[in-house]
Design a protein around this ligand. Structure first.
Ligand code: NAP
Length: 525
């Protein structure tokens, strides 16, 4: 399948008119064809107008029809086969196995949302039947269901060209909720975006859905991206990327005459706490596991372990020595984009020249383009707490070990942390009492708490939370991974004394969709 370089607006392929975007192969710094001419204000207008026209029809599709649509998208992505794998590898520098894994994750995610849509629990139906005889006042008939917010603007992420991009978690959850989606492609992988976008276009066509259910635009964030966020027909935003990008979108959304929610996943350094008994009994294995997690994907994961916190002493010294040995042996890896490589180099440089941190070890230097060299730094807890700059996310394989005097100081460090996607604890049974004193703080700081694991690797399932307090995300009440992500794009509506023939099927008296509803305070089934 050849790439056209066109914007995909509804069912149309439209040539852009603005500054072209070219993918760069980060392994060679070669420009990849074709050029993707950026969209203009008129293209944003057309995509938003089609999305708005599609909204009422799409949101009332049956649960089955919407589930089939999501499954059809997955089928068409799988059918792209090697064409998609090769293009994504060339645009990202990621190994083929990782891209194949990400395609599998993307399709699994779409099918998981299909299952969620069919089950209908997300409609959260509540019925309080009329009590005409109630004293002193009768109660009217009250019924609640959730409806989708409206068209959603999704920003593809650079670090997951498939699973967090055109058909990734934000798109899948918004489509599952009944929201049309307009994607602003990440400029790092326009070809991958086009291929996946065409798979969605095909599914829209085959499922006989209104064309505005999906559009894909290329162009700059400040023009196309802000243009989408400012359009009154856009009702929510999904984003994964930098803190500055996420904040710019959040501020634009708040400044609208009608402010809208922005679900931005931004920066997190994912603290790992090593407790005394665990450190003493298996410090070497912990050091190896830590470096493996740190180096995975050249550290370009939002859950990368960028901070290790432990009480100083022989066991921690041994951990640092083993981790440093593993870092020194770590081969360089190609980063996703020249921009991410430059940001990583600047972040490492800032740490290396910071008097409050000491460079402990660095990995093998790469001789190609955009090579990530692993770095390990060490700091004292008092220096760490005095210097907020040490909490900045360095996106890549760099981490900082913070040495504490005692447990009380480790708890102080935890209290001073910004919001995080994850907080990890390594412990043995003998550490249990000490861990219990830290857990309340970790609950306030992070979206996911792990014991004896590593934060990289985010399961797509019902219980997952991939979110957390600011700056991990712009809205701590949500998750961007797992089926609960659908809740971001819904709102409740209550129907009072509405005649049964006018009610939507989910809340009709006879329960034709056979949903598990909360009726007069009792769960049905
Ligand atoms: P980014 O610069 O935030 O870009 C992400 C998307 O947002 C792009 O489509 C970009 O458009 C748009 N954008 C950025 N700034 C904007 C603004 N002020 N107004 C409107 N739109 C804007 O992220 P990136 O390119 O993926 O990587 C840059 C850095 O972000 C990395 O070095 C890393 O520090 C961080 N990052 C963090 C995570 C994480 O999960 N924590 C993931 C990825 C990246 P353009 O096409 O104009 O660039």
């Amino acid at each position: 399948m050849s790439l056209s370089g066109n914007l995909l607006i509804g069912q149309r392929a439209v040539a852009g008119t603005q500054t072209p975007v070219h993918a760069i192969n980060p392994a060679t710094n070669e420009r990849l064809e074709p050029a993707y001419l950026g969209g203009s204000r008129e293209h944003v207008e057309l995509a938003c107008s089609l999305a708005w026209d599609a909204f009422d029809r799409y949101r009332e599709t049956s649960l089955e029809a919407r589930a089939v649509f999501l499954e059809r998208i997955a089928q068409h992505i799988e059918a792209l086969g090697d064409t998609l794998v090769q293009r994504a590898v060339a645009e990202s520098g990621l190994p083929q196995a990782r891209i194949q894994g990400e395609i599998g994750r993307t399709c699994f995610q779409l099918r998981t949302f299909a299952r969620t849509v069919r089950a209908g629990e997300w409609l959260d139906v509540r019925v309080d039947q009329a009590l005409p005889e109630r004293q002193p006042l009768p109660r009217p008939d009250l019924r609640q269901r959730h409806i989708p917010l409206g068209p959603v603007a999704v920003f593809g992420a650079s670090n997951f060209p498939l699973a967090f991009s055109v058909a990734g978690g934000d798109t899948a959850s918004a489509l599952a909720a009944g929201c049309p989606v307009i994607v602003k492609a990440h400029s790092a992988h326009p070809g991958t975006s086009e291929l996946v976008g065409r798979a969605i276009q095909q599914a829209v066509r085959e499922c006989d859905l209104p064309e505005g259910v999906f559009s894909l635009l290329y162009g700059s964030g400040t023009e196309i991206g802000i243009g989408l966020v400012n359009d009154p027909r856009i009702k929510a935003v999904g984003f994964t990327g930098s803190r500055s990008g996420g904040m710019a979108l959040t501020q634009a959304a708040q400044a609208r005459p009608e402010p809208i929610p922005v679900y931005a996943e931004m920066s997190s350094i994912n603290p790992v706490f090593l407790f005394e008994s665990a450190l003493r009994n298996r410090g070497a294995a912990l050091a190896e596991g830590f470096v493996a997690s740190l180096n995975q994907g050249a550290g370009q994961f939002c859950t990368n372990p960028g901070l290790v916190i432990a009480i100083k002493g022989e066991a921690l010294d041994a951990f640092i020595t083993t981790a440093a040995d593993a870092i020194i042996r770590s081969p360089a890896q190609t980063m996703l984009t020249p921009g991410i490589y430059n940001a990583y180099s600047n972040g490492v440089q800032a740490l290396a020249s910071n008097a409050n941190a000491r460079l402990q070890a660095k990995g093998v230097a790469g001789d190609g383009h955009n090579q990530c060299q692993s770095h390990l730094f060490v700091s004292s807890a008092s220096d760490f707490m005095r210097d907020h700059a040490l909490q900045a996310e360095v996106f890549g394989s760099a981490s900082l070990v913070v040495q504490c005097d005692d447990l009380a100081q480790a708890r102080q460090v935890a209290e001073q942390l910004e919001g995080q996607l994850t907080a990890t604890v390594h412990m043995d049974a003998a550490d249990s009492e000490a861990v219990a004193t830290l857990l309340p703080t970790l609950e306030r700081k992070a979206g996911r708490i792990l014991v004896n694991g590593w934060p990289t690797g985010v399961e797509v399932c019902d219980a997952m939370v991939h979110g957390g307090p600011f700056p991990a995300t712009s809205d701590a009440r949500s998750t961007s991974v797992g089926t609960a992500a659908i809740l971001r794009f819904l709102r409740p509506v209550c129907y009072q004394n509405v005649p049964d023939d006018l009610l939507p099927p989910a809340i009709k008296q006879g329960n034709p969709l056979n949903l598990r509803r909360l009726v007069n305070g009792q769960r049905e089934h």
